[in-house]
Every structure is written in C-alpha cells, then in structure tokens.
Design a protein around this ligand. Sequence first.
Ligand SMILES: Nc1ncnc2c1ncn2[C@@H]1O[C@H](COP(=O)(O)OP(=O)(O)OP(=O)(O)O)[C@@H](O)[C@H]1O
Ligand SMILES: NC(=O)c1ccc[n+]([C@@H]2O[C@H](COP(=O)(O)O)[C@@H](O)[C@H]2O)c1
Length: 172
Amino acid sequence: MYNKISTMDGLLIGRFQPFHKGHLEAVHIGLSKVDNLWIGIGSSNKSHEKRNPFTADERKEMILSSLDSKTLERVKIFFVPDTGDHDMWTYHVDSIVPPYDMVFSNDEFTITLYKKRGKTVFEVPLFKRDMISGTNIRELIANGKNWSDLVPEGTKQVLLKIDAKSRLAKIL
Ligand SMILES: Nc1ncnc2c1ncn2[C@@H]1O[C@H](COP(=O)(O)OP(=O)(O)OP(=O)(O)O)[C@@H](O)[C@H]1O
Ligand SMILES: NC(=O)c1ccc[n+]([C@@H]2O[C@H](COP(=O)(O)O)[C@@H](O)[C@H]2O)c1
C-alpha cells in the first residue's frame, strides 16, 4: 500500500510590466504557503501599449532571470492572453495552467472573479506600494529617473538590454 504524497499548488497572476520587487515578494509569500507556484503572465497577447509595454517573452525572461535556482524548481510560468468575456476568464486560465489550490492576488477584479467561483484567494500584502508598482516604474524609466532599485537585478538587465527607456518614452 502506497501513501499518496499530496502537494499544495498556487497561482499568481499578474501582468508583470515589468517584474518588480513587489512581485518577487509575492512569489516568496506564495511559496511560503504552497509547494509549487504557477505564475500566469496576464495580458500575454499585449505589448507595446501604455499598460503593457513589454512582450510576454520579455516578461518571462525578467522572471526567469530574477529568481534563484531553488525558487525556479518550484515555479512554472504560463502565458495567459486576455479574453473578451470576464465571467469565462478564470475558466480560460484553468485551461492553460495545471490545477491549483489557492490564488495569490491583490487585483480587486481578479479577486472578485475567483471568489465568485468559491476559490481560495490569499490577498498578498503590498510591499512599499508607494514606490513599487508597474505604473510608477514605467513612468520613472520613461522620464529618465532612478528606477533600478525597485526591480530585481535580472529585470534590470533585461530592461537595459531591450532599451526600455526608448520604448516607454515613445509609448507613454
Ligand atoms: N508592491 C507590491 N508588493 C507585493 N505584491 C505586489 C506589489 N505590486 C503588485 N503585487 C502583486 O502582483 C500581482 C500582479 O500585479 P501587477 O502585475 O498588476 O503589478 P502592478 O505593480 O500592480 O502593475 P501596474 O501598476 O502596471 O498595474 C498583484 O495582484 C499583487 O498580488
Ligand atoms: N476578461 C479578461 O480577459 C480578464 C479578466 C480579469 C483579469 N484579466 C487579466 O488578469 C491579469 C490581472 O493582473 P493584474 O493584477 O496585472 O491586473 C491582467 O492581465 C488582466 O488583463 C483578464
């Protein structure tokens, strides 16, 4: 007779435009509660626009280069394109990611949609939110202000490599 070893898996959904130190904190909080974390890159079909300047591949590269190897063993990344239908969206996510026990989010709309389905949602506390948000970081980069302390080193290198400043200055 074998005992099934059950694991708890979680889902963290965000746009990660760019992947910043708040997201890194959210990944670590998630992994303190579950064994494996599925990271869903939301709006993966969007790029080169105000709220979504970076492509899904660029965002994936930021995440992969920001997490250490031990963390990467417990994380899997998935692309989640937007759909027109909000009520169907969480089911659309489920068709892309493996089953999960808990959702990590601080996005009000995402939380509402998952709670409506009776899913367990853990509302991740926000870390230094006055400075650390994708919106603020995008503005700092576009305006040539200091931003690099707000993102992990991996994200910083990707943003420099793709010349995020020029792209953002054009879009914003
Ligand atoms: N400062 C932060 N501290 C901890 N978690 C955060 C922080 N900012 C975002 N998160 C987490 O990341 C998830 C996805 O966030 P998202 O990609 O929308 O980042 P954002 O910084 O809010 O972006 P934007 O300003 O572009 O809307 C949120 O639901 C939340 O759980
Ligand atoms: N109808 C839809 O396509 C739908 C609904 C709710 C959330 N989402 C996506 O989920 C993600 C939520 O992450 P944010 O916390 O970055 O807003 C975004 O990419 C958002 O577009 C999509």
